[in-house]
Ligand binder design. Structure first.
Ligand code: GLU
Length: 448
């Protein structure tokens, strides 16, 4: 038999916008699939009809598209309930799900009693003792059961986690999870396992908050007669200060875009966040996929630092080709201007300020008498120069010969007069963009 290709899935619940944490999970699933030449699928976990909203589904799709993480296939749990009912019937026939009637208050009381005795709050399986006559009496009284999955106490639970290593759970120390509510609706755990089987998911990569769900789901796969996929659980994301931060829970694509973050920067940072490997500011996520390796991820919480994201963003912006950014640039700003200006940008939006420096008008700080005399000489020199390939080199060479000035004394007054700023893009690239007439005008204006 040929080895099945890797199939991963990202399974958000559409109850809110994606935040940095689940964007990272989506990205890592995408990278894992790409690296294995496999498929990445989007599964919308919308079994909670009350909290799920269509605008969030659309937002999730738009965010993934912006990040360049297009899924090959999308499924929606709300459209798959027939599949769940069919699998559930098989589990019922096999005695792996059972009917329970305890109210939330009763369960709470049972938990408190156990905790009070210093015991773990595990469901006591009282409902397993009910007879068919008991169920019939409950039904006659108008009571409807909710359903639990019966864990097999004789089957130890173990898996080798792609990030956490060997994991073992004792099913006797776990409560049988509720999988279906009295109104027939589904809780997350069983539909997820049924879908993972039906969708041929080979690798489940998600946050470590799901580790105990995995313990139960491992048995669900077996009960469904399916092989258990590979599991990996990532450490949680924390803020730069190392604490779980509220801000991270709300920080999403919309806010990051508004702050001038490019998708390539977010992808590059999140691809490595949680490893000790340096961030590779790659423009092409396929290159990141080739280097993606779950064994590089540690168990310690991964720190997300917005300042670092802005640094990575600058490195990305410096590499972005004109074709990728042209629609974001001010009218008239061409490839030469972009190439001259991009090394000075932390965010693409700042290109507008530099384009203004090129096209003018600019405000030039007042120069002292000595500088004015020099700038007047510079204007004269420039007027007599042939405007060739590199007018800046020609101008400064001529002025160096004529005045003996060099270094800062030579360059700074010229830069200030020509751009109004002390720092900025390479003048050899900028001066041809400013043009001969405007440059002469600026030098003369600054010379007073
Ligand atoms: N809908 C679940 C969540 O958002 C999916 C978890 C999983 O990946 O299985 O937490």
């Amino acid at each position: 038999m040929t080895q099945p290709k890797i199939v991963t899935r990202f399974a958000p619940s559409p109850t809110g916008h994606l935040h940095v944490g689940n964007i990272r999970t989506a990205l890592h699933n995408w990278l894992l699939a790409k690296k294995g030449g496999g498929r990445f699928v989007l599964r919308i976990d919308d079994t909670d009809a009350e909290r799920s909203r269509e605008e969030y589904v659309e937002g999730i799709r738009a965010d993934l598209a912006w990040l360049g993480l297009s899924p090959e296939g999308e499924e929606r749990q709300s459209a798959r309930t027939a599949l769940y009912a069919e699998a559930f019937a098989r589990l019922e026939a096999a005695g792996r799900v059972y009917r329970c009637y305890e109210t939330a208050q009763e369960l709470d009381l049972k938990r408190k009693v156990l905790l009070g005795r210093g015991l773990p709050p595990i469901y006591d399986r009282a409902a397993l003792a009910l007879t068919e006559a008991d169920h019939a009496a409950r039904a006659a009284a108008g009571e409807r059961p909710h359903w639990r999955f019966r864990l097999d106490h004789d089957e130890p639970i173990a898996w080798v986690d792609g990030i956490r290593g060997a994991q073992a759970f004792d099913p006797r120390q776990m409560s049988d999870p509720v999988v279906r509510r009295a109104d027939g609706s589904w809780l997350y755990m069983l539909p997820s396992a049924i879908d993972d089987v039906a969708m041929g998911i080979t690798d489940v990569l998600r946050g470590e908050d799901h580790v105990s769900n995995t313990a139960a789901q491992v048995q669900m796969f077996t009960a469904l007669g399916a092989p258990v996929p590979r599991f990996a659980h990532e450490a949680l994301l924390t803020g730069a200060e190392g604490k779980l931060s509220k801000r991270l829970g709300s920080l999403g694509v919309a806010q990051l875009r508004a702050a001038g973050i490019e998708p390539e920067a977010l992808v590059a940072l999140l691809a490595r966040l949680g490893t000790s490997d340096p961030v590779d500011p790659a423009l092409d996520a396929d290159a990141l996929a080739d280097a993606f390796d779950l064994s590089r991820f540690g168990r310690a919480p991964a720190r997300f630092d917005e300042a670092e994201l802005h640094r990575v963003n600058a490195a990305i912006v410096h590499r972005l080709p004109y074709a990728r950014v042209s629609h974001l640039l001010p009218d008239g700003m061409g490839v030469a201007a972009w190439d001259a200006i991009r090394p000075n940008l932390a965010h693409i939006g700042e290109a507008t300020e530099w384009w203004q420096v090129v096209t003018g008008p600019i405000a030039v700080p007042a120069a002292d008498d000595e500088a004015r005399a020099f700038l007047s000489q510079a204007a004269g020199t420039l007027a007599g120069l042939e405007w060739g390939e590199n007018p800046w080199a020609a101008l400064t060479a001529a002025l160096k010969d004529a005045t003996g000035r060099k270094g800062k004394a030579l360059f700074l007054p010229l830069r200030l007069a020509l751009t109004g700023r002390e720092h900025g893009p390479d003048m050899s690239a900028l001066l041809p963009l400013i043009g001969r007439d405007a440059a002469l005008e600026r030098l003369r204006a600054a010379a007073g």
